[in-house]
Design a protein around this ligand. Structure first.
Ligand code: 3H9
Length: 699
């Protein structure tokens, strides 16, 4: 039974039971509808409570039903039936009342919630909008500004905050008996009668065109490229200017527009992709985990310091080792500064800052790492140094400690072989700034034990990261794909496209910044040294020789004030530099290249096809477990626009036959060296399949 019906003290209690999150599947909608009708007709009932069992109130519509033909009763009708009851209806909320779940609660006449509960309308994250009255009812009960904030950010709002908005009538202590309290509350409402949200009148006078223009301006930056936010604003414009039923009709129309937009499919793909990453062969609930209480970090620089911040933010104690007192002091100073800035913004107290600093113990001695459960090295990216570090760690670490390298490119099998315990070794590749970026690539080496991998996956969750497992290869999933993408961008420049035009094309596609600006930010010398170490025969020299000239001129990017761009204003805002144009001209002459600018479409197409083809190779080689894992990596680590679903979903949306035929055409135009189609891509096209099919078949 998805919804049970019981009567206590003349109050009907409808209890939803649809684990794991009580999504509003067809059976639940039917159950609620039937339950409401039964309560209406039941002479032994004067009031109604709607609640849910398990870990949460209803967390929304069943996302798995999206894209399938809708089956009645539809959620808006179910909610109308509940709201129309002549007996007071109380929603009793625990866990999270999200999306359609909150919309059910808003259709009830009253709402009570445990202190630990949260409410929210996170549809925007799925590329849609609240489509069961949320856009019309939340502004009425919670205020227009609050409702807009909730719907545009998708944030979860604590019950106590929702109570200050008027969206929750009573907050109960977290350990209260919710059902008993709800029944008592409902009985007390019998004399008050029903209170229908649809009948609440919104005073539209305050909310004219200027107000909504202000809202649009305030979200312009974070919602760049997204389809749903503008439609949410239009729904709220309707809420303040139209009668309830007309507002509902407008919501229906705009909801359908969102559902039909490819962004909805992309974002819903991402929702499930982010939940798939934790499914890893060899790791089950039963796989033993190791206890991580104390983490050792080698290197107090930007990366080590960022990892230490991430650990301490999650309440995990850290022993931070560096080779000199100055480096340690500098690192600790940067960390304190980081937290103090957060405190100044009001997001933590100075006591929190002190508490977190108290979790970090600096040291200059390897011996102090002896108690650590996990040790992560973030030292200079050179194999000789890593080898030495791991040999020393092997000597001091306690038995069972996990040894991790934060290398971005180096062979984790080789690093593991430096120890007598390769099964305890893995890669934990954080992205800078490590306390901010959500991605953590977890590199499973040949001998990494399942328990080590399982522990790393759990730890990722504990520190608020999304952990994606990668096999061993040069650059793992993300940086390996970045290579061909960057190559095409740099070829566009030497081919005659201005750096700012290349950057604009990819920015307009939805990337947070273009590859030239990104290279300047990361430091042009990083790639320079990497190219020197791999050797000229292993990369497309014409793409990068002009960049190497800049580095040799001392132009290393933002840190030297000049790189591909110059930065005279504030050290961060790029401006084109005629000196670079001269360098490019000289290089073109040397290479006998006649400058012919690429169009924006050409830039985007070649960069994306390069990314997709490399992704397909990574998938075919088994470095990534799923195409959707690659999407999660690229969105969370490299700023790929979430509303395009990641490079592999983007390829599926283009159609793999079209992708393959363009790659083959580029191989003809430019030679096969960089454009050999990935064998997996060819196979999938032969079989008439997509990357999503590949994932389904390999699940
Ligand atoms: C909506 O309501 C539209 C309406 O306005 C209009 C209708 C007309 N459906 O996240 P977890 C699965 S749109 C189906 O790991 P947690 C999830 O895939 C919806 N399945 O747990 C996973 O499955 P598996 C608006 C769902 O404790 C399992 O449940 N609502 C749904 O970390 C556990 O999930 C939302 O966007 C769903 N709605 O977090 C809320 N939700 O085990 C989406 C979850 O097979 N949900 N699953 O991998 C969440 O934000 C989190 O799941 C929640 C729990 C916070 C509830």
């Amino acid at each position: 039974m998805s919804v049970s019906y019981g009567v206590t003290d003349r109050v009907a209690v409808l209890t939803v039971n649809n684990p794991p999150v009580n999504a509003l599947s067809l059976a639940v909608r039917q159950g609620l509808s039937d339950g409401a009708a039964r309560a209406a007709a039941d002479d032994a009932v004067d009031a109604v409570v709607i609640m849910a069992t398990g870990r949460t109130f209803m967390a929304g519509a069943d996302i798995r039903e999206f894209g399938k033909p809708p089956v009645a009763p539809h959620l808006p009708e179910v909610i109308d039936t509940i709201e129309a009851l002549e007996k007071p209806v109380v929603a009793a909320i625990h866990g999270t009342a999200l999306g359609g779940g909150l919309e059910v609660a808003l259709g009830c006449h009253y709402r009570i919630a445990l202190e630990s509960a949260k409410i929210g309308l996170p549809e925007v994250k799925l590329g849609i909008l609240p489509g069961a009255g949320g856009t019309q009812r939340l502004p009425r009960v919670g205020g227009v500004d609050n409702a807009l904030q909730a719907m545009l950010t998708g944030r979860h709002i604590p019950a106590s905050t929702a109570a200050t908005w008027g969206a929750v009538d009573k907050v109960l202590s977290a350990d209260a008996d919710l059902q008993a309290e709800a029944v008592a509350f409902a009985k007390d409402r019998i004399s008050d009668g029903v209170r229908r949200t649809r009948d609440m009148v919104l005073d539209g006078a305050e909310y004219g065109a200027a107000f909504f223009e202000g809202v649009r301006a305030s979200i312009a930056k974070q919602s760049r490229g997204y389809f749903a936010p503008e439609r949410i604003i239009r729904c709220v414009e309707a809420a303040v200017s139209l009668p309830f039923d007309d507002g509902m009709a407008r919501e229906r129309e705009l909801f359908a527009e969102c559902q039909a937009n490819p962004q909805a499919r992309a974002l819903q793909h991402l929702f499930f992709a982010e939940r798939q990453v934790a499914r890893v062969p060899g790791v089950t609930k039963e796989t033993p985990r190791r206890d991580i209480r104390l983490v050792g970090i080698l290197g107090a620089g930007t990366m080590g310091g960022g990892i230490a911040l991430a650990m301490a933010n999650a309440g995990i104690a850290v022993t931070l080792l560096d080779t000199g007192q100055d480096a340690l002091d500098r690192g600790l100073g940067v960390m304190r500064g980081n937290w103090e800035r957060t405190a100044k913004k009001g997001r933590m107290t100075m006591d929190d800052v002190d508490r977190r600093m108290g979790l970090i113990t600096p040291t200059l001695s390897y011996d102090d790492l002896a108690d650590c459960d996990l040790i992560i090295e973030a030292v200079f990216e050179k194999m000789d140094i890593k080898r030495e570090v791991f040999a020393r760690l092997d000597a001091v670490a306690k038995p069972g400690a996990i040894l991790a390298t934060n290398t971005s490119y180096l062979d984790v099998n080789d690093i593991a072989a430096m120890t007598a315990r390769p099964d305890d070794v893995l890669g934990l590749h954080f992205f800078s700034p490590a306390n901010v970026m959500r991605l953590l690539e977890i590199v499973r080496a040949e001998k990494t034990a399942d328990s080590v991998l399982a522990t790393a996956l759990d730890l990722a969750k504990r520190i608020g990261k999304i952990g994606v497992v990668s096999g061993v290869c040069h650059g793992f999933i993300g940086n390996r794909m970045l290579g061909p993408y960057g190559r095409e961008a740099m070829l566009a420049v030497i081919g005659g496209t201005e750096p700012q035009a290349v950057d604009k094309a990819l920015f307009d596609f939805g990337m947070p910044m273009g590859p030239n600006a990104m290279s300047d930010m990361a430091g042009l010398d990083v790639g320079y040294f990497n190219r020197q170490s791999v050797g000229r025969e292993n990369y497309e020299t014409s793409a990068y020789d002009w960049v190497d000239r800049l580095v040799e001129m001392g132009r290393k990017g933002q840190k030297t004030g000049e790189g591909i761009y110059k930065y005279p204003q504030d050290g961060r805002t790029p401006e084109p530099d005629p000196v670079v144009a001269d360098v490019l001209d000289a290089e073109r002459e040397k290479l006998r290249i006649v400058a012919k600018p690429w169009s924006a479409e050409q830039v985007v197409e070649r960069c994306m096809l390069a990314l997709i083809n490399e992704g397909a190779k990574i998938l075919g080689e088994g470095i990534a477990l799923r195409a959707s894992d690659i999407d999660v990596v690229y969105i969370n680590g490299y700023g790929f626009p979430p509303y395009r679903g990641g490079p592999m979903h983007y390829a599926d949306a283009m159609g793999l036959p079209a992708v393959l035929s363009r790659i083959k055409a580029l191989a003809v135009e430019n030679g096969p060296r960089w454009w050999m189609p990935a064998p997996l891509l060819e196979r999938l096209v032969d079989e008439g399949k997509s990357f999503a099919d590949f994932d389904r078949e390999n699940a």
